[in-house]
Design a protein around this ligand. Structure first.
Ligand code: SF4
Ligand code: SF4
Length: 304
């Protein structure tokens, strides 16, 4: 299965409707591994769990449809009552955290584009128990389930915003024209750990994100994050468990910074070599933020 072919139409639809394009500082989007293979036993498990993963692909197709059929409106200011409704909807959709940030060209993956300058980033937690035996098909099924949940949530939020007369376009968790982890960090949802994933107070790195682009101008009236997650950087320096446990040696001891200041924590080719059968996810499993939890670690670490 080549996921790259499946997610490409989303990138193309976003680029066709884009007003913000990548530039020379932009990094390339990581491609999904091409040689992903499922054994007969895996396929049986997938079929048995079809109910859990059945929303993933239809939600991606709906996302693409939404992007292509965007409305153009000049309504830019959200009212308090409208935000209260949005907040209620997000809760109903199972969104565990959300924030927003402004996107500039540097953030857009090379050769891609996005339609509106503001991005609402949402996360939905995965079930930690499904990663107990990672790498496992159970973990992969859970990832696929949450791709579906976040995709549905991004579509529903877009639909809601459009019904209220705003411009909005979703970007599904499967694929993406910007780096969701970095966007989540800069939207105040958490901090990127040494394993390159966004660590949130809600569930460590055990979650998935999606984005809704919009040109609503007063999101800061309603969405702000005061919590400072920078201490995670120091905690990570004292930990390094993901680096020691990574079976392919993919996580850099010291993150690499390119000439434009962009940070890479992972050798993606090495990481992909551990993806042959199903997603590896060992770094999610062993991360103390998954095992112990954000609040307990913070309490113990900040005291020191
Ligand atoms: S997913 Fe597996 S191979 Fe990739 S960085 Fe994490 S532990 Fe390493
Ligand atoms: S395993 Fe340790 S070093 Fe790696 S991201 Fe989690 S806390 Fe940071």
């Amino acid at each position: 299965m080549d996921l790259n072919d499946i997610v490409r139409p989303q990138d193309e639809a976003l680029k066709d409707t884009a007003t913000i394009f990548s530039n020379e500082k932009s990094i390339s989007k990581r491609l999904y591994p091409k040689d992903k293979k499922f054994s007969f036993r895996d396929i049986i498990k997938l079929l048995k769990n079809f109910n859990k993963i059945k929303r993933t692909m239809p939600s991606l197709y709906r996302t693409i449809k939404f992007i292509k059929n965007g409305q153009i409106s000049d309504k830019r200011v959200m009212q308090k009552e409208e935000f209260a409704e949005l907040n209620k909807l997000m809760k109903k959709l199972g969104v565990d955290s959300y924030g927003w940030l402004e996107i500039d060209s540097d953030r857009v993956f090379k050769g891609k584009g996005i339609p509106f300058k503001n991005a609402i980033v949402i996360t939905i937690n995965m079930d930690k128990n499904e990663f107990k035996y990672a790498p496992s098909m159970e973990g992969q099924i859970e990832v696929m389930r949450i791709y579906g949940e976040t995709g549905v949530a991004a579509n529903e939020i877009t639909d809601f915003l459009r019904q209220k007369g705003f411009n909005a376009s979703p970007n599904h968790s499967l694929g993406g024209s910007i780096d969701y982890c970095k966007a989540g960090m800069d939207a105040g949802l958490g901090y990127i750990g040494r394993h390159g994933m966004l660590i949130t107070p809600e569930n460590g790195a055990c979650h998935r994100s999606a984005v809704i682009y919009t040109d609503i101008e007063n999101l800061s009236d309603f969405i702000s994050s005061k919590e400072n997650h920078k201490w995670i950087e120091d905690f990570c320096l004292s930990c390094g468990k993901c680096i020691r446990k990574c079976p392919t040696g993919a996580i850099y001891e010291t993150a690499k910074i390119n000439e434009y200041g962009q940070v890479t924590s992972i050798d993606y080719n090495k990481c992909c070599s551990g993806f042959k059968n199903y997603g590896c996810a060992i770094c999610i499993k062993v991360c103390p933020f998954t095992e112990v939890g954000y609040e307990k670690i913070k309490k113990g670490f900040i005291k020191k």
